[in-house]
Design a protein around this ligand. Structure first.
Ligand code: SF4
Length: 331
């Protein structure tokens, strides 16, 4: 049984009906949000949606969230912001107290750093980390003159839960192979971390995980790499729109042949069979598309071996040796 975290509790009374609007959000959008959370939580949608609607309308508790950025490109922040319409992020931001976020906060300099120090001194916060931690030399990443590794260690000390967003924060990502030798948060802290490891983080993975932690007071069920099983329990290959072509041995050999437009991309280096993520179920950008649907082979960005073990990305690879690398394993 997963341990209860020390967070402000969200009292969740029973409610028979879900109103037409929940904090300004249309009922249909609210139910979609609840569907994301229910997937992460593993609970039935209907009672959870009713309870959450009631709790959001009545409960004054606002858990603290501190969001750090290490060796990153801020792509996960941009991805998270991509959910602003419809305002699913809005409902989340209304329910939390976002004390520190370098990119989003108005405060700068000493004012900003004081906000972080005040939040972590109180403890009980959810720590979200974007970007990796340099291990070759602290000077590869400092904020306000403070090495990022020191910021992470002191911010994690009294945190109730830690969520690593994106490939870099989860496993080091692209920065693993740089001179900075970036490493993931769990590797540095040596304590349980929720890894939302796609590059960038899928905004629904983050919203679902945060609302699960805040609403349930526990971490979601995780796989061997610290990823929520609800989001990372299938491979891209399992539900890929090109899977019918794969099953018929139709592999794309010529990018310029319109007849091969829907063929499987394994011949062009697709790593979908080794990539554990629900991209092909959930899609990206409000369901607009995902990598293999729009003609790019999956890069397995969700896996611990990304990017080093999977490059060069568009070269056909040996499935046997690839499966033996650091990426592609699942419990
Ligand atoms: Fe699998 Fe990739 Fe082919 Fe899709 S394109 S069926 S993920 S190998």
């Amino acid at each position: 049984m997963r341990a209860k975290l020390e967070l402000p509790s969200m009292e969740i009374p029973d409610l028979q009906d879900i109103p037409e609007q929940v904090q300004g959000m249309p009922r249909r959008d609210f139910l979609r949000l609840c569907g994301i959370v229910a997937a992460a939580t593993g609970v039935a949608l209907n009672p959870f949606a009713a309870r959450l609607a009631r709790a959001l309308e009545t409960n004054p508790a606002k858990p603290k969230v501190v969001w750090l950025e290490g060796l990153d490109c801020a792509g996960c922040t941009v991805s998270f912001g991509g959910l602003l319409d419809p305002p699913t992020v809005g409902i989340l931001l209304d329910r939390i107290s976002l004390r520190y976020h370098e990119t989003l906060m108005f405060g700068t300099g000493k004012v900003a750093e004081k906000a972080r120090m005040d939040a972590i001194a109180e403890g009980g916060h959810v720590l979200v980390v974007e970007g990796s931690v340099p291990t070759a030399d602290d000077r590869f990443c400092t904020v306000g003159g403070v090495p990022f590794k020191k910021m992470l260690l002191e911010s994690a000390e009294k945190a109730a839960a830690i969520v690593a967003v994106g490939a870099c924060a989860s496993f080091g990502g692209i920065t693993r192979a740089t001179p900075a030798r970036g490493r993931g948060v769990a590797e540095i802290l040596g304590r349980p971390v929720v890894n939302l490891s796609t590059c960038p983080v899928h905004p629904e993975h983050l919203v679902g995980t945060l609302l699960h932690i805040l609403g349930q007071g526990t971490l979601p069920e995780l796989d061997a790499h610290g990823r929520p099983k609800a989001f990372f329990g299938v491979t891209v290959h399992d539900h890929c729109p090109r899977r019918p072509a794969f099953d018929k041995n139709l592999f794309l050999m010529d990018w310029n042949d319109p007849a091969q437009r829907d063929y499987c991309l394994m011949s062009k280096g697709c790593k979908g069979p080794w990539a554990w993520s629900d991209c092909a179920v959930r899609y990206w950008n409000h369901g607009a598309s995902m990598c293999t649907a729009c003609g790019a082979g999956c890069q397995a960005c969700s896996e611990p071996g990304f990017y080093e073990d999977h490059s060069p990305l568009f070269f056909p690879h040996d499935p046997v040796s690839h499966a033996g690398g650091r990426g592609g394993h699942h419990d």
